[in-house]
Design a protein around this ligand. Structure first.
Ligand SMILES: [Zn+2]
Ligand SMILES: [Zn+2]
Length: 344
């Protein structure tokens, strides 16, 4: 498959999609029922395939690939090892599979890719001087252990009645209705937590020490998604703490952790669309986050919750948004200069 006719690249090989990024229609006023219904249920919609798919993954993981809560009452090496191995397997399958599909087998060539540049090789910015190996190293040796550790604490907490308010009955309708409510809320929780955690990591104090690791990846691929400093992994996966406070069943916490662990593969794919045959494609919010890697100072969150729009950091991918972002940064520099002059 080659580039479609609509894809025009600049002299650097970069491509800007013709259509601006749009936020989820629930953020628009007045509400448009048709657009909301299409967004919820159409392909690829909010409920299907993305979240329903990950929900099924969480249910299967819980039912077949997780030891019983009874067995996890005390922390023992064997079950921690089981969780670690299965999580490493998931990541290799998903991140590795997507990387192989897009960049090794080149299943769709350069079609819908934001840039034609190759991943960095021979660059001292990266461990082993190699972007993909560096990204795999940080993902597998830090990302997987950190989110497994959160999972271990979760199960141990539930098994001992420290979490879930001691409620392990699970028989009542209310219990399961609450679980469904939390399933629906999990992507929102992920978005909000990611936005504020991410802004925190962009502060002067934390950026250079920790978050810069992730931003070594200007041109991203699936393995860049979880390529972070261990401290950033601890911050990023702490989204599950919200479920520690709310959930009655550990599967809600597992779903929350898995969303955080799995979504970055697609959101860092480097492609506007991942084609599945000629008809179907997946868009995991890739352009939204791609712009963050390109410009650093915009799109800290996602398109589900309009926090970037609220805080003036939203970039919809258009030339006009480029200009607005430059103006915002210029005004901020000017204000900082004024403060410095006034106090020095
Ligand atoms: Zn990123
Ligand atoms: Zn960032």
């Amino acid at each position: 498959m080659t580039d479609t006719a609509s894809i025009q690249r600049d002299e650097r090989g970069d491509w800007r999609p013709a259509n601006p990024i749009v936020l989820a229609p629930i953020n628009n006023w007045p509400p448009n029922p048709k657009a909301i219904t299409q967004w919820l249920f159409g392909w690829p919609g909010y409920l299907w395939p993305y979240n329903a798919f990950w929900l099924v993954a969480a249910i299967v993981t819980w039912a077949f690939l997780t030891p019983s809560l009874q067995a996890m009452q005390s922390i023992e090496a064997w079950w921690v090892g089981v969780l670690l191995a299965r999580n490493a397997g998931f990541i290799l399958l998903l991140f590795g599979g997507l990387h192989l599909y897009l960049y090794v087998f080149r299943a769709q060539g350069e079609a819908f890719r934001y840039t034609t540049r190759s991943f960095a090789a021979g660059s001292s910015r990266f461990r082993f001087n190699h972007q993909v190996r560096d990204n795999m190293f940080h993902t597998l040796l830090s990302g997987v252990p950190v989110f497994t550790a959160y999972e271990v604490i979760t199960y141990w907490g539930f098994a001992n009645g420290f979490l879930g308010y001691g409620s392990q009955g699970g028989a009542s309708v209310g219990f399961w209705l609450w679980a469904v409510v939390l399933f629906l809320l999990a992507p929102v929780i992920h978005s909000v937590h990611f936005y504020f955690g991410h802004r925190l990591l962009h502060t002067k104090l934390l950026y250079g020490r920790f978050h810069a690791f992730h931003h070594h990846n200007v041109d991203v691929g699936p393995w860049s998604g979880l390529s972070m400093h261990p401290v950033e992994h601890v911050v990023y996966f702490s989204t599950v703490v919200v479920q520690w406070l709310l959930a009655l069943h550990p599967i809600n916490a597992l779903y929350q952790i898995q969303l955080a662990a799995f979504l970055p593969a697609l959101s860092h794919s480097g492609f506007e669309k991942v084609m599945m045959g000629k008809t179907f494609s997946l868009d995991g919010g890739s352009h939204f986050h791609y712009l963050h890697h390109k410009h650093f100072e915009c799109n800290y969150g996602g398109s589900l919750v309009p926090l970037d729009r609220l805080f003036g950091t939203y970039h919809d991918g258009t030339v006009e948004a480029d200009a607005a972002m430059r103006e915002r940064l210029r005004a901020r520099r000017q204000a900082l200069r004024k403060v410095k002059t006034a106090y020095l």
